[in-house]
Ligand binder design. Structure first.
Ligand SMILES: Nc1nc2c(ncn2[C@@H]2O[C@H](COP(=O)(O)OP(=O)(O)OP(=O)(O)O)[C@@H](O)[C@H]2O)c(=O)[nH]1
Length: 397
């Protein structure tokens, strides 16, 4: 009898052990709640605790617009409340440009070093000035600013009668800072009004880094202790809303989005502002779509989004995101957007990947709008407030 029973018991026990090991493996691979299973950023860091522990939930609305609702910390210990993911620690915003300076230096080495090498020559003749001019044009500074800079420097070098490299470098620095214009107001209008949040719209063509910028900006504002809400009004690309919500969830920021493909972006933007008012947040950031293939369609859509938002409060800041690597092409894009919405600031992304740092000056000149933020990498905290002097110092050192 034992001879029959023993193998049976052995087989049953073996099956039980295999079963439990498989169950543990399957459970271990489940994505934690509130996390996007395939983060789009190669630099996405593992989540680390900061800003309290929160969990997210999703509310459905009849029109398909959903909000990832933030559950306050004090509720997270209650029964049945799922444990939320711990949140990212955000790098300090102060001094970011200095921290990311190496990237700017690396990509713009030709500009700074090239100019200094030329101006340190024993004799600065016409040929040298021509080369200085060429170097500045190659860096996308634009014709007019280039001529201004060369004329001013030429005059100063003549008056000083000096070839001392340190002196010439100081003059070059001063003239460049003048062109970048430290007097422009680069502050972001993200102060809450008495009865409603500040509203920021982010616009630009696709691929320039809009969604990424909204995500990074949310982190900047969270680091500044602001309550933020995101609106995913880029309903053209299905994955954009999900990506935005992922950025938000990493820092405990809710996202209003639509589950319906191609939903009306204006309606999502309206719902986001409404949720921001109801939840008494400080800032609502609205991501938008940017199809430039159809200029008329884009204008209509953006104009409508802005008009619909403004039924609840004026838009405080319209940030135009431009990809620095597209050079002069970015300028014509900028003009198209400026026709539709009143741009209040520029975010220049991918400055880490181009030697054309002069585009900062060209854009400001052409639009009369300051560069307020610059993107210097794909990492979550690689967005820095722009500062004219720090920028020029990074180019020249
Ligand atoms: N190197 C570098 N890459 C960046 C920077 N900013 C954004 N990117 C990358 O640019 C790519 C496009 O960014 P998205 O945010 O998807 O661009 P988008 O404008 O929202 O595109 P659509 O949603 O298609 O309209 C991503 O791979 C980003 O990681 C930057 O400052 N430096």
């Amino acid at each position: 009898m034992n001879e029959i029973l023993l193998p049976v018991i052995f087989v049953v026990l073996a099956l039980a052990v295999i079963g439990s090991v498989a169950a543990v493996l399957v459970r271990g691979r489940r994505t934690p709640p509130g996390l996007y299973s395939s983060p789009r950023d190669p630099d996405d860091r593992p989540l680390a605790g900061a800003h309290g522990s929160t969990s997210t939930d999703v509310l459905d609305r009849p029109d398909g617009v959903t909000t990832d609702v933030l559950v306050p910390d004090d509720l997270s210990g209650l029964e049945d409340t799922p444990a939320g993911p711990s949140l990212d620690t955000v790098d300090p915003v102060q001094g970011r440009l200095a921290r990311l300076r190496a990237r700017l230096v690396r990509s713009n080495n030709a500009l700074g070093k090239g100019l200094l090498a030329l101006l340190s020559r024993d004799r600065i003749d016409e040929d040298v000035w021509d080369e200085v001019e060429e170097t500045l044009l190659m860096a996308d500074l634009g014709t007019e600013p280039t001529m201004e800079l060369v004329d001013a420097l030429r005059e100063r070098v003549k008056v000083a009668g000096s070839r001392n490299p340190a002196e010439v470098k100081d003059m070059l620095r001063e003239e460049l800072v003048k062109l970048v214009d430290p007097s422009m107001d680069r502050s972001l209008a993200t102060q809450r009004h008495a009865d409603r949040p500040a509203i920021v719209m982010v616009v630009g063509v696709n691929g320039v880094g809009k969604t990424t910028t909204v995500g990074k900006l949310a982190r900047v504002l969270v680091a500044d202790d602001k309550d933020v809400l995101l609106g995913a009004a880029d309903t053209f690309r299905a994955a954009a809303a999900e990506q935005l919500a992922t950025w938000g969830s990493r820092v405990g920021v809710p996202t209003v989005k639509s589950d319906v493909d191609g939903a009306d972006p204006a309606s999502v933007a309206f719902e986001a502002v409404k949720a921001g008012i109801d939840q008494e947040v400080d800032v609502v950031l609205i991501d938008t779509a940017g199809r430039l293939q159809n200029k008329v369609g884009l204008m209509d859509e953006l104009g409508k989004v802005k008009r619909v938002i403004e039924k609840q409060g004026t838009v405080d800041e319209v940030l135009l995101v431009l990809d620095a690597t597209t050079g002069q092409n970015g300028l014509s894009q900028a003009r198209v957007f400026a026709e539709v919405v009143n741009i209040t600031g520029i975010v220049l992304t991918k400055l880490d990947g181009t030697a054309k740092g002069g585009i900062v000056v060209a854009i400001q000149r052409s639009l009369g709008v300051p560069v307020k933020l610059i993107g210097l990498g794909e990492g979550a905290d690689d967005l820095a407030p722009f500062d004219a002097e720090a920028f020029v110092d990074a180019l020249l050192n």
